[in-house]
Ligand binder design. Structure first.
Ligand code: OOB
Length: 545
């Protein structure tokens, strides 16, 4: 199928290459080079299992050999829905070795999201765990496969763990014990080019269903390297992956890829609790980790109450949603670390506070862009730039920010300005230092502690409930999540409660985190002057907790 995605112009590409941002090296080739350079250093730790760089490289060959046996090759998309286990990375690098393209799904995604990802990406395979968090992903995949039908692109389901009896699902273990991929030309990366799409990330979304974000080898490697430089990563770095590996933040900001670029060690945490994490910090001498804001109070409390040795931990990044300033101020002293705020997006632009910024900048801003060539505009409703200090929408363009979503030309027309700036939907203030303060957003999305919920996607499903005739999902301030979701529903008869609505949305195949925290029946939905649902008015009607 032809790839009509919008991308950087020849002139811009040449400029990014000349500046040294785009190095022309694929991830498959990078892994090979890493094995040559850091061979015996430990690259990856999962519980008692460890892989050196050389072993990770050899493992990628094995996984690639098995996948190739299934017919997976260069350019093929494969949906990866795996929890924080080493297998996520073994599969990811196995795919890179073939020049195939992982599609990052979240562990919480269900029939609707996974089905959508498979359809839009035209994925030939999905890789899932047998069970995770008391949920059977094989059952999910049976439903997805049935829905896609014989005409769909989906050919294989690879299961980490027990593939079950007779669904034709392939065991990951069987795959990786197939004969390894031996040296043939292009064997580092299946002959992929650094300007090819290397992976597809999910956008938080504002419209019906999430968009896919194409990231090239060149741009994504630069994303990771630019962050790694700001964070001063080196071969002594031990990164603890607490947040889902599929999340751009944990994967490349600098996260997993930044750490591996620097020759450091990645440790995966099976859950984000401070107890699990602190035990790993002690045992593996972790130096860096990243969190979303809702975790911060728990980590702060446990550090104060427990008797953990967190001496190795130097930097804790926090991002994905707004971090309350007082939480930021407490976190550093409680853990004995430097806090770094991260304001990023899967679409590209990453802002980091610098390690040597003043405490005020670290605690009260969301950082500044990592690349000197990140272009940031803060504009008013008419698209005109506003002075520093004034709030406006953030538009951005640069060496690792997308120019178009994957197969979404219609959406691209409004998501970008004519000269290629991505409209982030975030309302920010820029300080003279270049630091940004996130003050709100224009996009119809709820940010529940870092998990993004597109209001339109949930509203559409709410309307499929027989009792509901109109619905609006609104984000309201929340102590714990930063924001929680409230569904205002119009019901001629008896209104369903939050539990019933959650069960209904689960029936619809929607991920659990998208269920509204509250359901509020209303007589009608107020409209704005232009006839849109007035969500600000709805939020005002809510009694303050
Ligand atoms: C990260 O990526 P996404 O794609 O899940 O979400 C991006 C959106 C931003 O446009 C903004 O609305 C919000 O999440 N956001 C923040 C924030 N960081 C992200 N809002 C306020 N303060 C922050 N620090 O969330 C993401 C990607 C890479 C690194 C970090 C976060």
């Amino acid at each position: 199928m032809t790839d009509t995605r919008r991308t950087w112009s020849e002139a811009e590409s040449a400029r990014y290459r000349a500046a040294g941002y785009w190095e022309g090296v694929t991830f498959g080739a990078r892994l090979r080079a890493g094995a040559a350079r850091h061979g015996e250093r430990v690259a990856l730790v999962d519980g008692d299992r460890r892989w050196t760089y050389a072993q990770l490289d050899a493992e990628a060959d094995r996984v690639a050999g098995g996948l190739r046996g299934l017919g997976v090759g260069r350019g093929d998309r494969v949906v990866v829905q795996l929890p924080n286990r080493a297998e996520f990375l073994l599969v990811w690098f196995g795919l890179q070795r073939l020049g195939a393209v992982p599609v990052h799904a979240m562990p919480g995604h269900r029939r609707r999201e996974i089905g959508h990802l498979v359809r839009v990406s035209g994925a030939v395979a999905c890789v899932v765990p047998d069970r995770h968090a008391r949920f059977d992903h094989r059952r999910l995949m049976r439903e997805v496969r049935a829905e896609q039908g014989a005409d769909g692109s989906l050919r294989h389901v690879v299961v980490v763990g027990d593939p079950g009896p007779d669904d034709g699902f392939v065991s990951f273990e069987a795959l990786r014990t197939a004969p390894p991929l031996t040296s043939v030309p292009g064997s580092d990366d299946g002959g992929a080019h650094a300007s090819d799409v290397a992976l597809l990330l999910l956008s938080g979304g504002t419209t019906g269903l999430p968009k896919l974000i194409p990231r090239t080898h060149d741009d994504y490697a630069y994303n990771a390297r630019a962050c790694a430089e700001v964070c001063a990563l080196d071969a002594g770095t031990v990164y603890l992956a607490v947040l889902p590996l599929g999340f751009n933040f944990a994967f490349a900001c600098p996260g997993v890829l930044g750490t591996l670029t620097a020759g450091g060690t990645v440790v995966v945490a099976p859950d984000p609790s401070p107890q699990t994490a602190f035990a790993l910090v002690e045992r593996e001498r972790v130096t860096l980790t990243s969190l979303t804001p809702p975790l911060v109070p728990h980590w702060t409390e446990e550090a104060a109450a427990g008797s953990w040795d967190l001496g190795s931990l130097a930097v804790v990044q926090v991002g994905g949603a707004r971090l309350p300033e007082d939480h930021a101020r407490k976190l550093g002293p409680a853990l004995g670390v430097t806090v770094q705020q991260v304001f990023g997006m899967a679409e590209g632009l990453i802002n980091l506070t610098r390690l040597d910024d003043s405490e005020d900048l670290i605690c009260a801003t969301q950082g500044r862009p990592v690349s000197p060539d990140d272009e940031v505009l803060v504009v008013d409703d008419d698209g005109a730039p506003v002075p520093d200090g004034t709030a406006g929408e953030l538009l951005t363009r640069g060496p690792y920010t997308l120019r178009g979503y994957y197969r979404a030309e219609e959406h691209d027309r409004t998501a970008f300005t004519p000269d290629g700036f991505y409209r982030s939907g975030d309302v920010v203030r820029r300080l003279p230092s270049g630091h940004l303060v996130v003050v709100g957003r224009t996009k119809d999305q709820i940010n529940r502690g870092g998990e993004k919920v597109a209001a339109a996607e949930v509203e559409e499903q709410l309307l499929t409930h027989p009792a509901i005739t109109a619905a609006a999902l609104v984000g309201v301030p929340d102590e714990r999540w930063g924001e929680r979701s409230v569904a205002f529903v119009v019901c001629p008869g008896a209104a369903p409660g939050a539990r019933e609505v959650a069960a209904h949305l689960r029936e619809c195949g929607l991920a659990g985190y998208k269920a509204p925290d509250e359901v509020v029946p209303v007589a009608d939905l107020p409209l704005t002057a232009v006839g849109k649902v007035d969500k600000a008015e709805l939020a005002r009607r809510l009694p303050r907790a």
